[in-house]
Ligand binder design. Structure first.
Ligand SMILES: [Zn+2]
Length: 337
């Protein structure tokens, strides 16, 4: 999901606050928005309705969402890094003095088509919207154009969180800090903890995550690729030890064929063999050709693919181990008989 303007976060405020990367510019469009509706005034003697058309000129939806984000009291279910579980998180909302409650700037109405008057209405709306926006910014941000939002969890300990935003001179909103960190709020790796420890790739994955949360997609890709390569190398070492691989042929092969060779000998999971060609292609392409933005956009999917591979690998090894143990036990029983 791409988030390019502030209103894209509407309904996903907690994602913006706790998970969206730092130093990523989010556009606040201040152009006037319009909506239209109609009203039936009455019917003439032939039963034909007299219709009045309204054109409402409103504050931009980005500006409206900025107000909602800061002003409205919030209560949403989210993971608390201190409690280590999901529970309601609250935000008190901040009072914005003398802020107009209606975002309609003006309404132009006509019955028989728009006249030149509309231009005057439009001009008025543009000026009013600019004036309102200036006032709003002054109320929300401090003299350095910085805003801090404070939140807390609803456990008896009332854990405190905060998020810091900067409004840039060219009118973008940018998250410049948060506590606890984006990584602390990410609970999605919990189910893979055992797999990661087992493979000894926790460091690589943590680095990838840190880079991603700091808006460095290409670097994050590099660490994902390293995990992928580590897995293949580990399996090659095992195959070598068991005298089960042609070392020369393996070294000559490109990465995709390396996976193929190992899969034929039963060293890598089926899922890896299945998605091998595109995962490695995307990761390599990312490092050399894709933009930061594309890398960031695809990061979560690739991370998921790699975690699934690691999970399947662990299960495969567990199953091998248990098969071997059972066979040994059966052998013992058989000899005694
Ligand atoms: Zn808590």
């Amino acid at each position: 999901m791409q988030h390019e303007r502030l209103s894209d976060f509407s309904g996903k405020g907690f994602y913006l606050l706790f998970s969206f990367p730092l130093y990523t510019k989010i556009k606040i469009d201040t152009n006037v928005d319009t909506t239209e509706d109609t009203e039936i005034l009455d019917y003439n003697e032939d039963d034909i309705p007299n219709i009045l058309h309204h054109i409402h000129l409103l504050e931009n939806k980005d500006v409206r969402y900025l107000k909602t984000l800061v002003q409205e009291e919030k209560n949403f279910f989210h993971y608390c890094p201190f409690c280590k579980r999901e529970l309601p998180i609250t935000y008190k909302g901040c009072e914005l003095d003398n802020e107009p409650s209606d975002s309609t700037l003006t309404t132009y109405s006509h019955m028989f088509g728009m006249s030149e008057d509309f231009e005057e209405y439009h001009e008025y709306a543009i000026n009013d919207s600019a004036k309102r926006y200036e006032g709003l910014i002054e109320k929300i941000f401090d003299e350095n154009r910085v805003l801090q939002m404070n939140l807390e969890c609803t456990s008896k300990d009332k854990h405190k969180f905060y998020v810091i935003f900067q409004l840039t001179d060219d009118n973008y909103l940018m998250k410049t800090g948060q506590y606890p960190s984006i990584l602390d709020f990410d609970n999605s790796l919990k189910e893979y903890r055992k797999v990661l420890k087992d493979m000894d790739v926790t460091k690589e994955l943590t680095n990838a995550e840190i880079l991603k949360t700091h808006n460095m997609g290409v670097g994050a890709f590099l660490y994902l690729r390293r995990i992928f390569e580590k897995l293949i190398f580990e399996k090659f070492e095992q195959a070598k030890l068991e005298n089960n691989v042609d070392e020369h042929k393996f070294n000559e092969a490109d990465t995709k064929d390396k996976v193929k060779i190992l899969h034929e000998k039963g060293y890598v999971p089926n899922y890896l063999a299945e998605i091998n060609s595109f995962v490695y292609d995307i990761l390599s392409k990312g490092v050399h050709e894709l933009s930061e933005k594309e890398c960031k956009l695809h990061y979560d999917t690739l991370r998921k693919a790699i975690l699934l591979i690691l999970e399947e690998k662990m299960k495969m090894e567990q199953s091998e181990k248990s098969k071997k143990e059972t066979k040994n036990e059966l052998n013992k029983i058989h000899t005694k008989m």
